[in-house]
Design a protein around this ligand. Structure first.
Ligand SMILES: [Zn+2]
Length: 420
């Protein structure tokens, strides 16, 4: 085992430039979602595997959103490990603060690689690809099957991406899944809160602004409803949504979350949170608005279902017959075993690089890993820090990236080497 680790680490050192080159090539291929066109990024992955002489196939139920799938078999039958990463990224906010580097340039400055999607998650997807390629050279030394899935459509819940693949090819669930989306090397994500996106529409007759006796105001009603929705946030309620031992593990990850996402992040894991991302209503200052639409982004603590929250929302709306709503996106929260063998493997390999032991945490945002957990498959995220994610000057520290490559490569090997 030790010899194999040394071999893998030597290859990573020897091929450092090529590994960094793959990551930068992925960043340079623009793949913002919307529109989610990942064709050129997927071509980079396919070319890389072709150059290594490794077979793969591309599944594209939506022609602009290809998904690359590749599998390798080891020496003997055994367990199946799936490596998963996404190719689509956030858009660049044209109205937001200006970037000091080209968001699609993958510039390497002072040991950092800048770019939209560098952290979320082209560094991670590159790490999965490298791990896959390096393990292909040691096929006589591990058992079972290793699969690589580089998917599209992750930012919008994956109907054309991971969800499509798993529905069509349930074999890709495997026995365990490893993903390297952002989380920071001090953490291992074993569960995620559940996003619930709703659109509310308020409709009233409307009238002249002076005639408030004639019509209710759609914008005022929207504000009242928004206030009541906000009151649902904070501590969820006293209901036990997860087993006590899991709750303890979640609680012990608070400091790690604060360290990786900033002070206050850890307090959110047991809370319902609300962002009102969009609000539109009214035409003119002296007209009573007849319509107002607003979109809410709730995040639910692990174990609390969408139905739990929707029943509370429906109770509120009974007082407001002018309001209708629909779900425009969402996913149930998920969690898996924080004491699974893969968590121990990741912790050992991170420590072997001289880094502190990473702690299992619940992520505030959602990733495709939930799709595996819904099927009862243990699925973990270990990846780079979320520097500038979703804002400007997103970057990844090159040394951190290389350590993420090392940890994924060694951990995939360890899981399969122990496989019988
Ligand atoms: Zn991501």
């Amino acid at each position: 085992m030790k010899e194999m680790h040394e071999q893998l680490l030597n290859w990573i050192d020897e091929e450092r430039d090529q590994i960094i080159g793959l990551f930068r090539a992925l960043v340079r291929e623009k793949s913002p979602n919307p529109p989610g066109d990942t064709r050129s990024a997927c071509d980079v992955v396919k070319r890389h595997l072709d150059e290594k002489g490794l077979d793969c196939r591309v599944e594209a139920p939506n022609p602009i959103m290809p998904n690359l799938v590749a599998s390798l078999d080891g020496a003997r039958p055994g367990r199946h490990l799936v490596l998963n990463g996404h190719l689509d990224v956030f858009p660049v906010d044209a109205d937001g603060p200006k970037w000091s580097h080209d968001p699609w340039g993958a510039e390497l400055v002072d040991g950092r690689i800048y770019g939209r999607g560098a952290a979320d998650m082209k560094a991670g997807t590159a790490a999965s690809i490298i791990a896959y390629c390096l393990l292909s050279r040691l096929r006589g030394h591990w058992n079972g099957r290793l699969s690589l899935t580089a998917v599209s459509d992750e930012e919008t819940f994956g109907p054309w991406g991971a969800k499509y693949l798993l529905d069509k090819y349930p074999d890709l669930l495997g026995d365990c899944m490893l993903n390297s989306d952002v989380c920071g090397p001090e953490a291992i994500v074993f569960g995620e809160r559940g996003p619930l996106w709703l659109e509310f529409t308020v409709q009233t007759p409307g009238d002249h602004g002076a005639n408030v006796h004639k019509s209710k105001s759609a914008t005022k009603i929207a504000m009242l409803v928004a206030g009541e929705l906000e009151a649902l946030t904070g501590t969820a309620d006293d209901k036990e949504y997860v087993p006590h031992n899991i709750k303890n593990v979640i609680a012990s990850g608070k400091e790690t979350l604060d360290a990786s996402l900033g002070a206050g992040a850890g307090d959110l894991i047991f809370q319902v949170t609300l962002n009102i991302g969009v609000i539109r209503g009214g035409t003119k200052v002296n007209m009573i608005p007849s319509s107002c639409v607003f979109e809410t982004d709730f995040r639910l603590p692990v174990g609390m279902s969408k139905a739990d929250l929707l029943s509370k929302i429906e109770r509120i709306l009974q007082k407001y017959p002018e309001v209708s709503w629909k779900e425009i996106g969402g996913a149930e929260s998920s969690w898996c075993d924080p004491d699974h063998e893969m968590v121990g493997i990741l912790q050992r390999n991170v420590e072997s690089l001289g880094r502190p032991r990473p702690m299992p945490i619940i992520a505030l945002g959602a990733t495709d890993t939930r799709l595996w957990r819904y099927h009862g498959i243990p699925a973990y995220v270990f990846g780079c820090s979320p520097n500038g994610m979703g804002s400007q000057d997103e970057y990844v520290d090159v040394d951190e990236f290389l350590d993420v490559v090392r940890v994924h490569t060694l951990s995939a090997f360890d899981y399969l080497a122990d496989s019988t």
